[in-house]
Design a protein. Structure first.
Ligand SMILES: [Ca+2]
Length: 334
């Protein structure tokens, strides 16, 4: 009997061991979503896809930060979060926008005004770096994925924060402790610039923040370059969904419910599901931003490097179908 019990215990133990990795793999990816929502509309599609991934248990949205200098952008994000049944996701605004130019939007004000949300006027919203410090301090070490689909202003501000009552760690120390990886929609790989010599938009608008963050970020980084989302076209199928959706309304105002490139959605999909069958990861290397780069960057392979970029694998039409199926899925918690 004792031997039988022992072997049963051993069997149970082996079963638990075998189950453990599966359970860990199934735990949702904890995501901070940093967006320049306002200018282009792929940010709207990316946030919608992220919510649906959260509805399916694949992701948990810890916070949203806004890097665009548009007064309606935070409330626009809160309206979309509210639509998906997550009205209390912490939202932070850009603290100091380094250009004086506001970011115009075809949809941010309308979505903020037409759809329910409870965010106060944008000047009363905390800065993204404050929100990120609070959220990161509460998480386990090495557990958070930050995905940026806009300017790097908020991450630059986060790295610069001193220790305070939210955390005894500086911003850079906090990121190093808590963040597993940073996924960036930005850059052009491997060239570092377009054929005409200019740099990619997200890295170009606030170049000092770009240089600081890319050159000094203390965790592994994966870039979804311009070329990845450029060929993935989604949005037209939103014409078939509930007209009461702020996601549909955003695309309607932006481009009358036609397809748009899916730069930001590719970064979100990678952040949650990894390369999967969608993409191949480049060999490790170092992306670096020289002085006065205007959004251009260098890339060199280096086995000791902590940066990688996505390389097309699955045909872009198939990636688009996957992303668009997420974007058109209705909220689970209505
Ligand atoms: Ca964007």
């Amino acid at each position: 009997m004792a031997a039988a019990h022992a072997s049963l215990r051993t069997l149970l133990f082996v079963c638990l061991l075998a189950a453990a990795p599966a359970a860990m793999a199934d735990s949702p990816v904890k995501v901070i979503f940093d967006t320049d929502i306002a200018g282009d509309v792929d940010d709207v599609g990316a946030l919608a896809a992220l919510h649906v991934l959260a509805d399916r248990g694949e992701a948990e949205i810890l916070a949203c930060g806004i890097s665009s200098n548009n007064p309606w952008a935070p409330a626009c994000v809160d309206s979309i979060n509210t639509w998906f049944g997550r009205p209390d996701i912490p939202i932070g605004r850009v603290g100091e926008f380094v250009t004086d130019k506001p970011i115009d939007s075809r949809y941010a004000r309308a979505v903020a005004e037409e759809f329910p949300h409870d965010l106060p006027a944008s000047y009363r919203v905390p800065t993204a770096e404050q929100v990120y410090r609070r959220v990161l301090a509460a998480q386990e070490d090495g557990s958070v994925t930050i995905v940026t689909v806009g300017f790097l202003t908020n991450l630059a501000a986060l790295l610069d924060t001193p220790a305070d009552d939210l955390s005894p760690l500086t911003g850079a120390e906090l990121v190093k402790a808590k963040v597993k990886q940073w996924v960036v929609m930005g850059g052009v790989f491997p060239e570092g610039h377009f054929a005409n010599g200019s740099g990619e938009y997200n890295l170009k608008v606030t170049p000092d923040a770009t240089q600081q963050v890319i050159n000094h970020w203390p965790t592994p980084v994966v870039f979804s370059g311009f070329e990845i989302g450029e060929v993935v076209h989604t949005g037209a199928k939103l014409a078939d969904i509930d007209p009461a959706s702020p996601v549909r309304r955003g695309y309607e105002l932006y481009n009358k419910l036609t397809n748009r490139n899916s730069w930001d959605q590719t970064a979100v999909l990678y952040a949650v599901r990894g390369a999967s069958d969608y993409w191949t990861l480049s060999p490790p290397g170092v992306c670096s931003v020289p002085d006065n780069s205007q959004g251009c960057h260098d890339w060199r392979e280096d086995p000791a490097g902590t940066h990688r970029y996505l390389i097309e694998k699955m045909p872009p039409e198939q990636v688009a179908a996957e992303i668009e199926s997420l974007m058109i899925t209705p909220p689970a918690k209505k």
